[in-house]
Design a protein around this ligand. Sequence first.
Ligand code: AHM
Ligand code: MG
Length: 281
Amino acid sequence: MNEIFETIKKVALEIDEAIKTEDLGYSDSANSSGEDQLKLDVQSDIIIEEAFASVEIVKDLVSEEKEGVLSLHKDGKYTICYDPLDGSSLVDVNLSVGSIFGIYEGELQASNLVASAYVVYGPRIELVIATKESKPKHYRVSKGIFVQVGEIAIDKKGKLNASGGTQQNWSKTHKTFIDSLFAEGYRLRYSGGMVPDLHQILLKGGGLFSYPATTDKPNGKLRQLFEVIPFAFVYEMAGGEAIDDKGNRLMQLIPSHPHDTSPCFFGSLYEITKLKEAYGV
Ligand code: AHM
Ligand code: MG
């Protein structure tokens, strides 16, 4: 598995370089969710694919930017499901973006996730790696090398509140709940990039990130294999919780298609308990 983490470190530096130097325009194609692909999305995808092509323990790759499964090594053990450049449309306003990796062994379902990792490209490059052995490990690039700066543990109750989607399309239940957190003193923090938004909540002591079911996206927006499950694992390993709008753990999800989405909520114990009460689940 270490070879996979070392490859993630290598691609992170290359993607960061591409973000800083490349053309930001649109490519001529759309991804599997029908969204126009930015050249940077495509390029980040290629960087990752080329790097893992020589890592023999990787059987398959599943990318947010590709329709199907890409087979790499038939005797490989792991499938890596990844979002090469999440939040890429934020690059042209110079906000932070990220890459997300879920490492699965066997069928592509949450219970088979063995590790996950994400990279934040911001003023600094940071990496978080979660395995079953310890609290998630937090790294930062210093002089071109990833140096561990600590382990991540989320508090039982936080202060931040970040909810995605258009408010007009939220359910009454969700609107009332989000308002109730603000009435308790929670502060709004939402950039529109799930990687920096979830990273901020983890590092600033906790809170809640929601991407609910909305009238325009009844199954939410965020993809289970590349986005939801990898972060659910990080949050649980950090001592937090991650559930859907029925109160089920996201770590129980079984996608029926690689690009399936799910409503999702990540947070500290207190906020998730409040959410369950508000949603009646
Ligand atoms: P992307 O994978 O196309 O970049 O979209 C995912 C992003 C997440 O980073 C973020 O949480 C969400 O879309 C924001 O969506 P919204 O603007 O609807 O709140
Ligand atoms: Mg994404």
